[in-house]
Write a protein that binds this ligand. Structure first.
Ligand SMILES: *Cc1c(COP(=O)(O)O)cnc(C)c1O
Length: 429
């Protein structure tokens, strides 16, 4: 019999090397984060082997006694964290959550209004993504290049004109809140459901440092739970709707777009949300402060960061036009070789340009905040970025400095510490 132990161990070795690589790098991808030790422990439990279809106490399988108790508790914590009456923590990713909302609230052929991809919209809101897959007619909002956000007057005009069934808001390049309250009249005139995709900013919403969509006129909010919310790779839907609409959404989740809902990640999500109740406000405040500081510092060093007049950002993200330094691809690759991980990104000047070589970069401050970076550390990050993109210093020289600098940060903050009873392998050991 053939033995593939060698192959299996090779995979294990890649995991180990990846751990080491990130331990020695500065992580600035705006959609990533690290989990707390207690949340991480949940991923290794028996929950990860089990099936539970449906809702707690109404299951199709036996063996769900503790799953039901866990899921009840996750629901209770989530409602408290977001101060909302309705929660569905079963979607296994943000896109999966979006599909459930689409499944529940629209039918093929109906019209949905959504942000444009070049305006920071997500692929799940595109013709060739989940909205298109449902056979929906997608109409985009006009975009304001100065604020890097949708133009609210233009959006209201579009909504009044095409009378969508569903008005979707929320981007993957999400710098400023969306003026939902200002647009309320248009929503009411047309009678559309208002859907807020909070994938990027839900951790800031949980920490009460960004807008609170479900209390500003949105009916339903979907999200990923691993971007600014520093939890497992999973999804969530929260609502402030009538019972009938909410039932449709729950049926959209199951049996609409999933069967089993990944119980270990759901348990980890519950732990993360409990930690956010206790530590989320400070984490979210520092995250935004760090993003703003990074914007200011890079700007002072001559980098064209968007939104100078608006304070660069009110979220975890900043965006820069990096053409002066060779463009998004060249810059992101050089930074990666030096140990700074971020992504190239399309910006408004890139209309019709290949997304493999865009003019911008996107930077997120949530993960470095999570591992303890303060203002001075962020200034160091800006200097390191600037040095890498504006000098010929060899990769290795900068890399060495980064490894040295990063070695101070070997803990996850804003979570339960020694009081939590871990019996697992700690994240950074
Ligand atoms: C990241 C993202 C999603 C969903 O992402 P998943 O990877 O499926 O969790 C959805 N919408 C927006 C705006 C996003 O940025």
């Amino acid at each position: 019999m053939e033995n593939h132990l060698k192959d299996a161990l090779e995979i294990r070795d890649y995991a180990k090397k990846n751990n080491e690589m990130f331990k020695e790098s500065i992580p600035l991808i705006a959609s990533e984060n690290v989990m707390s030790p207690l949340a991480l422990e949940m991923l290794l439990t028996d929950f990860g082997h089990r099936y539970a279809e449906g809702l707690p106490h109404h299951r199709y399988y036996q063996g769900n006694y503790y799953v039901d108790l866990m899921e009840d508790k996750v629901n209770e914590i989530g409602k408290k964290l977001f101060n909302v009456p309705q929660i569905d923590p079963r979607p296994v990713s943000g896109t999966n959550a979006n599909m459930a909302v689409i499944f529940a609230l629209s039918r093929p052929g109906e019209t949905v209004t959504a942000p444009d991809l070049s305006g920071g919209g997500h692929i799940s809101a595109a013709k060739f993504g989940a909205l298109g897959f449902r056979g929906l007619n997608i109409v985009n909002y006009p975009f304001n290049e100065d604020t890097m956000s949708i133009d609210p007057d233009g959006a209201m005009r579009v909504i009044r004109e095409v009378k969508p069934k569903l008005a979707l808001f929320g981007q993957s390049v999400f710098l400023f809140p969306i003026p939902l309250k200002e647009m309320r009249d248009a929503f009411q005139e047309v009678g559309c459901s208002v859907w807020y995709d909070a994938a990027h900013v839900i951790g800031l919403i949980a920490g009460k440092q960004f807008q609170d969509p479900l209390h500003e006129g949105a009916d339903v909010m979907s999200g990923s739970t691993h971007k600014t919310l520093p939890g497992p790779q999973h999804g969530i839907i929260l609502g402030n709707t009538d019972d009938e609409t909410w039932k449709k959404i729950q049926r959209g989740v199951f049996p609409g777009v999933l069967s089993n809902h990944h119980l270990n990640t759901m348990a980890a999500l519950g732990v993360t949300m409990a930690e956010m109740i206790d530590f989320g406000e400070e984490y979210a405040r520092k995250t935004i402060e760090n993003a703003q500081t990074l914007g200011q510092e890079l700007h002072s060093l001559g980098v064209d960061v968007f939104g100078e007049k608006l304070g660069f950002t009110k979220s975890h993200t900043i965006v820069a036009d990096i053409r002066k330094f060779g463009g998004g691809k060249k810059v992101a690759e050089r930074l990666e070789r030096c140990g700074i991980i971020l992504n190239k990104n399309l910006i408004p000047v890139d209309k019709n340009k290949n997304s493999m070589d865009p003019s911008g970069i996107r930077i997120g401050a949530q993960e470095i905040t999570r591992i303890g970076f303060g203002k001075d550390d962020v200034r160091t990050v800006a200097e390191l970025i600037h040095r890498a993109i504006s000098t010929e210093t060899p990769d290795d020289v900068i890399r060495k400095d980064i490894i040295q600098f990063k070695s101070k940060f070997n803990e996850v903050k804003y979570c339960y510490g020694k009081e939590a009873p871990y019996d697992y392998i700690t994240l950074f050991k």
